[in-house]
Design a protein around this ligand. Structure first.
Ligand code: NOJ
Length: 549
């Protein structure tokens, strides 16, 4: 890639790859880096600008890579450092940037740091982790934890015994993911070095796993009660989301800025827009972007998404750049969340049009461009620790959204010649890249056209946004270039969320740029337009003509 383009990420369409599930090159049933590399031409033709690849570092895979045993090496399951270099180089050749996933809140219990740390209180690595001395034991002889913090994927106390030091260590995800002490300056310094290592290799940035969890309450106070079952009935104000974290994020930002055009995107807690907003820093000194997951929990309604986007825009500090996402590797895919007999694909297109035209960088999740819904593996084939712990509840486990990518109608959808690590979703013979590329009405063809349009109209990425009207069923807004890189153009976006026809008021005449029910170039007059059920309509408004004075 030539020249330094510091703000590329504001225009970019991001695409998340869960590497176990994208493409397997060696027949072991698990996706890998050479597999991803072999599919780069597809990603280039889809038109995405950047990949975020979930962790592929050395790991015992207790949380499928979110438990890292060596931050500077690739797990042999996924390939080698050379495979990573080759993937990054080839992606760059095709104009695609690559973000990795930094898991800096915790390591694997098998990381040499923790192996040393747990051996003795005197070991220099001991103070890299969080500990609490065992003071008391209950009637069963089990140590009494210092507070009520929970281990999310095991549904029990987050404190685990370490006999060698007569202490408890903290693991708020699984017992296999001991948490680091970010108050020890050696820890942030080490992660700064890890960032530099990968930047040197050519990586364009990082998604930061649970970025707001790095700091815990210094006094280890118990979390207060909450009514939210997904938060395990606790308000997470002491075990994560501490204000001390913002300083640490700003330090990581400085490391990214040493290279000019590298980008950091933080994962934040749930749907708290103000927390995500704070990660950007008041003067832009924080992360480039932070996820606000509110869209993942909204019901299917134009009003719900308008309210959410408005709140997100309002929460962000001056100059901060929003982002939007509808699916990821931790939540049920949105095609399934919003499925409705006869309208599932139509809704997927409405959702895509919204995601790709709101003001903010869109993050797609592999397979959403096919309208993939995911699948529910039978109990014996569950892999996710959370899914296993919460079986038969369906709301928690994350296997459903991690099923293999569907490339074609051949064996295992072309994902592997072996046995896929998770069963494929039902319907893959019809819903796959090869079939959908041949069908101009498919969800995939729609994504391709939408992304191409977004690329050709800078106002869709960088322009201002003004919502039009407050209709509960129709989401409408204007994107307007404001000169400079955002151009001078305007686009009206009109999305009917309803499965019934609905009226919309068009402020001016226009011609269709892209739509699900009208041909590009068709002209529409100002005034009341009748939209078909789930219609997507993108218009270039005609310049207003004023009567001559
Ligand atoms: C958030 C990640 O998205 C999730 O998949 C993982 O299990 C936890 N962090 C722990 O790293």
């Amino acid at each position: 890639m030539t020249g330094v383009d510091r703000e590329w990420w504001k225009r970019a369409v991001f695409y998340q790859i869960y590497p176990r599930s994208f493409m397997d090159s060696d027949g072991d049933g698990v996706g890998d880096l050479p597999g991803i590399r072999s599919r780069l031409p597809y990603l280039a033709s889809l038109g995405v600008d950047a990949l975020w690849i979930s962790p592929f570092f050395k790991s015992p895979m207790k949380d499928f890579g979110y438990d890292v045993a060596d931050y500077r090496d690739v797990d042999p399951l996924f390939g080698s450092l050379d495979d990573c270099r080759a993937l990054v180089d080839e992606a760059h050749r095709l104009g695609i940037r690559v973000l990795l996933d930094l898991v800096a809140n915790h390591t694997s219990e098998e990381h040499p740091w923790f192996v040393e740390a747990r051996a003795s209180r005197a070991n220099p690595r001991h103070s890299w982790y969080l500990w609490h001395p065992i003071a008391r034991r209950n009637a069963l002889g089990r140590p009494v934890p210092p507070n009520n913090w929970k281990c999310l994927f095991e549904l029990r106390s987050a404190w685990f015994e370490n006999a060698a030091t007569d202490e408890l260590y903290l693991g708020t995800f699984t017992r296999h993911q001991p948490e680091l002490d970010w108050r020890n300056p050696a820890v942030p310094a080490e992660f700064a070095d890890i960032l530099r290592f990968w930047f040197e290799l050519g990586v364009d940035g990082f998604r930061l796993d649970v970025a707001t969890a790095y700091f815990k309450d210094a006094e280890l106070r118990s979390n207060p009660f909450s009514w939210k079952p997904l938060d395990l009935f606790q308000r997470h104000v002491y075990d994560r989301n501490r204000p001390e974290v913002f300083g640490a994020l700003a330090e990581l930002r400085k490391v990214a800025d040493e290279r000019g055009d590298r980008v950091l995107v933080g994962e934040t807690h749930g749907r708290d827009a103000s927390l995500a907003a704070a990660c950007h820093g008041e003067r832009g000194e924080g992360l480039h972007m932070a996820f606000n997951f509110d869209f993942l929990f909204r019901p299917w309604s134009a009003k719900a998404f308008r309210d959410s986007a408005r709140a997100w825009y309002a929460a962000l500090p001056e100059g901060a750049w929003p982002n939007f996402t509808l699916s990821n590797h931790d939540q049920i895919r949105h095609a399934r969340r919003y499925r409705k007999a006869g309208y599932t694909d139509a809704r997927a297109k409405v959702a895509a049009a919204m995601l790709l035209t709101l003001r903010g960088s869109p993050f797609l999740y592999y397979g959403e461009e096919l309208g993939m819904e995911g699948g529910y593996p039978p109990r014996g084939q569950l892999r996710d620790p959370l899914g296993i712990a919460t079986w038969p509840l369906r709301a928690y486990g994350r296997d459903p959204e991690r099923t293999p990518m569907q490339w074609d109608s051949s064996q295992n959808a072309g994902f592997t010649t072996g046995t896929p690590w998770l069963p494929l979703e039902r319907g893959w013979r019809e819903r796959n890249v090869e079939r959908e590329l041949r069908d101009p009405g498919s969800v995939l063809s729609f994504y391709v056209s939408m992304i191409a349009l977004r690329r050709s109209r800078p106002e869709l990425a960088l322009g201002s946004l003004a919502f039009l009207g407050d209709d509960p069923g129709v989401l409408a807004y204007e994107r307007r270039g404001e000169g400079g890189v955002s151009g001078e153009g305007r686009v009206l976006v009109i999305l009917n969320f309803d499965a019934k026809a609905r009226r919309a008021e068009l402020p001016s005449d226009g011609s269709v740029l892209l739509g699900t029910h009208r041909e590009p170039g068709a002209r529409i007059q100002a005034g009341t337009a009748v939209l078909s059920p789930c219609e997507v309509l993108l218009l270039a408004p005609a310049e207003r003509k004023y009567p001559e004075a």
